[in-house]
Design a protein around this ligand. Structure first.
Ligand code: GUN
Length: 296
């Protein structure tokens, strides 16, 4: 039976460290980091995430500023808000929750955020810096959280085969580029596989470390995993409870019961990657404050 990687506990330890840093910084600079979180429309899952982000800020002493625009808000309105936030010196980080309603192009919004405040790490300036290994950038929060869990569970990453299922701009692509860098938290041999692979299992079975970010409930089964692999499940899928049709439950992209019998360590859903994502957002916000205020 695999070790359960307790993302909640690790996230809480990291948040303790962030809280101390924020308090120290306040003594040094007289100010605290500020994060603006923007929600557009009525997506219930997005509303939950945005609330959790505000709560995470509160927990560590980061000032949180919350903005809501209606479902029918125009792209122009949102860009005007982003522009205000770019200029506001109290705000060090800006996060516009995705997905956005259809009338607003995500690209326009992502490109509109000042790269120095882009704590999501989605702006092409930050994506480019990540690719070339310039650490003066923001790593996107979910892959950053995955890297933290991996680095804590695999002592020597050099030459390990990391296989990622999924090629999204939010997880798969940035994680691949982070883990291929030549540093002690990476230095892996990286494979990215996706829906075009005729046999995903052929790739996943070769993984020393397997990250699944495909958005497909329980798609990775026990026979697709090498014995002793470390498995990171990024999926959060709400499905009908087979035992009770009136209820739903949250499952990952990995069939936990089967894969936990083969892997050496595995993240649960919930309680694995999820809590890490918000924690890394808090870490990025502190970094943004430090850079913008010239604090070493
Ligand atoms: N929607 C799902 N994940 C994310 C994320 O990491 N950042 C933002 N802004 N929206 C998301």
């Amino acid at each position: 039976m695999a070790e359960i990687i307790d993302g909640k506990k690790i996230a809480s330890e990291i948040r303790d460290g962030i809280r101390t840093r924020v308090a120290d910084m306040e003594k040094k600079t007289g100010g605290r980091p500020g994060l603006a979180v923007v929600l557009v429309g009525n997506n219930p899952a997005s509303a939950v995430y945005v609330r959790m982000k505000g709560k995470g800020c509160e927990e560590v002493g980061i000032k949180s500023f919350s903005y809501s625009l209606p479902e029918n808000a125009s792209e122009k309105e949102l860009l005007a808000l982003v522009d205000d936030l770019n200029r506001n010196r109290e705000i060090n980080g800006i996060l516009v929750q995705l997905p956005l309603p259809g009338q607003i192009k995500e690209k326009s919004v992502i490109y509109g955020i000042d790269p120095a405040k882009d704590v999501d790490g989605f702006h092409p300036v930050n994506v480019g810096k990540l690719l070339i290994g310039d650490e003066d950038c923001f790593f996107p929060c979910t892959p950053y959280g995955c890297q933290e869990l991996i680095a804590r569970h695999v002592k020597d990453l050099k030459g390990k085969h990391l296989v990622i299922v999924g090629r999204s701009n939010i997880v798969g692509k940035p994680l691949a580029n982070m883990m291929v860098q030549k540093n002690s938290r990476a230095n892996c041999i990286v494979t990215v596989c996706h829906t075009a692979a005729p046999d995903i299992g052929y790739h996943t079975r070769q993984a020393d470390i397997l990250v699944v970010a495909a958005g497909s409930p329980e798609m990775v089964t026990g026979d697709m995993v090498k014995k002793g692999a470390v498995v990171i499940d990024v999926g959060t899928n709400r499905v009908q409870d087979p035992a009770d049709a009136t209820k739903t439950r949250l499952v990952g992209d990995v069939k936990f019961d089967e894969v936990s019998m083969v892997a050496s360590a595995i993240t649960p859903v919930p309680g694995g990657v999820g809590p890490m994502t918000i924690t890394m957002l808090l870490k990025n916000t502190v970094k943004a404050y430090m850079i913008q205020n010239g604090v070493a």
